[in-house]
Design a protein around this ligand. Sequence first.
Ligand code: DGY
Length: 321
Amino acid sequence: MKPGILVARAVFPEIIERLSLHFEVEANQDDILFTPDQLVAKLQGKAGVMSTSSSRFDAGILARLPDLKIVANMAVGYDNIDVAACTAAGVMASNTPDVLNETTADFGWALLMATARRITESEHWLRAGKWQKWRYDYFLGADLHGSTLGIIGMGRIGQAIARRSMGFDMQVIYHNRSRLSEEQEARANNARYVGKEELLRTADHVVLVLPYSAQSRHTIGAAELDLMKPDATLVNLARGGIVDDVALIAALKAGKIAAAGLDVFENEPKFHPDFLGLDNVVLTPHIASASAPTRKAMANCAADNLIAALGNQRPPNLLNP
Ligand code: DGY
């Protein structure tokens, strides 16, 4: 008999077909956002789950799922999974690294450019019928070319963002848990390792691509925003909680920084309502990895992990130590 799995959120039909060759699949193609109790009920008797960051797997949930063998996240980030609790419960956990690096880096640049060059703000103004004439000082933004890009979190996505900056003749500085090798720094547009404070004081554009954890929560708060240049832009592609939204809103209102581009929010899909009243913020609904080929690659990668784990092989992207 095939093992039972749950695909906890809607996914491409071809992925369900692929999984059905190996498993009895219960798919949530209506994309209902299950409460923790509903998730536990759906997972009774199931050996695996394909999850996203909207489903939490902590010790309390895992204790109620004695048959579960693998949580295969369809995301590179896995802050929704307590990996130590999974290990203690004998459950494997996996993510989908690498397949989204380039697409996410592309989007980082889209958000950086939209934010620095005030693209959405000026488009809203035009659509509102306010464009009566050309003026020399309409929507003056910040240059990207020749500026200094500061990247906090220099993993594979951070490095892909840095590589793209070569075409803009930018200087790259970065801050990370550990320094890259000389070779990696050279490939990342000769990125220079600096302390967080120096990065915030020096960069014209700051991009956040670090993983979320209790330690990285509010990496950017009032004190950090105070260090930034008044004409700097801040882009967050990582996780919402990395930025203190209340402090960011205050900084944007007070002109402590020029603008922010945010793809992620602390309690998605909810976000602080004050963002809507600000012209100098570009808001997108967690779509940095959302190209069709990349989302399919992520789903296939999660499927590979499920198939390996429940076929008694090591999942290619196992997170447990
Ligand atoms: C990721 O892969 O972590 C993206 O943020 C989608 O959740």
